[in-house]
Write a protein that binds this ligand. Sequence first.
Ligand code: ZN
Length: 406
Amino acid sequence: MTKCILCGEPKVVRFLDLGSTALANKFVAAEDLHRAEATFPLRVGFCSECHHVQLTDEVPPTALFDDYLYISSMSDTLVRHLHGLSDTVVKRFKLGPTDLVTDVGCNDGTLLRGFARHGVKILGVEPAQNLARLSQRAGLPVVVDYFGTESAKRLRAENGPASAITLTNVFPHLPFLNDFMQGVDTFLAPNGVLVIEAHYLRDLLEQRAFDTVYHEHVSYWALGPMARLFARHGFEIVDVERLPVHHGQVRVFAQRKGVGQTSTNVTRLMAEEKTAGMDKLATFQRFANEVLDLKTQLDSQIARIRAEGKTVVAYGAPAKGSTLLSYFGIGPDRIRYIADKSPLKQGRYTPGTHIPVVGPERLMEDQPDYVLLLAWNFADEIMEQQAAYRARGGRFIIPVPEVRVV
Ligand SMILES: [Zn+2]
């Protein structure tokens, strides 16, 4: 058993072992294909003390974020979503021109731009140099750093306290949770609010979204353990809502104890987590067995298609796709290429499995018989975009939460 990143107790029990895999976002350039790739164990455990679900092996953070390829503004849906979040926070906490909002892990600045529309002061903190540069070039104030106790002292001295600190899709990445919360305590104004959006463990379980597991995601958040973490630092969750973005997230508002009124949403969701057995190891062991079943189903589906002499390619090269391909042992011998809209990924190869990524126009040129949908959480959107391919008889294989051909 390993030591819990939340409570510090050596009580983390492994329940899912996805093998030793390359970093899911490190798409390989053609000239680097001959070089050995670094791989790290990808294993998930459950803390029997505080119930926090987490990776059980450390990954050096610099290996993760130096050159990060995921960009918020690539998806229209996500831009709308993040701007909506800024509207909500400004309105609910009555932020004005003297208030400072800091977005931690600000990516390309999409959320900061949302806040800037309201005339509040903005500041981004982003450890990935390439992304920070994107924001800086667009004229946004961004500090290249990890957020924690040390950087928070500097941020506070240089900018004064923040009225709001936001994190979207960043909280699961943090390896040093208590250092982070100490930083929040240093930098956040007494009545300030911490706003977190992160994928939600209950959705992950219900959708069998095991491919959400990759090295960048150190934590898999449920509300119970999150409340415990906050309580250790004098904070409490005042409100929460479930969001349909990605494949299910929570939006959490936390403040210093006693500052805000706790919504009934919080107690209701906590009770639901208990009913769902999220405080029990057996729940997660069952999940691991379901994932094994998926692998068997997809293997036989692809074998059947290939035995008929038909062709299979894939669509969408998100980081989650890297986990799915490597855990299921699918390489270029079975999937000829992956079509993806992102020009940053085209011309590169999937980490570990080395399947080439090409532009989506290839689907229409080749008209393959089957397309494995790796970005299965965007199934409706993608199938709509690829209506022409389907009209010509092409079919999609959706691998999760169960293997379906449509
Ligand atoms: Zn723990």
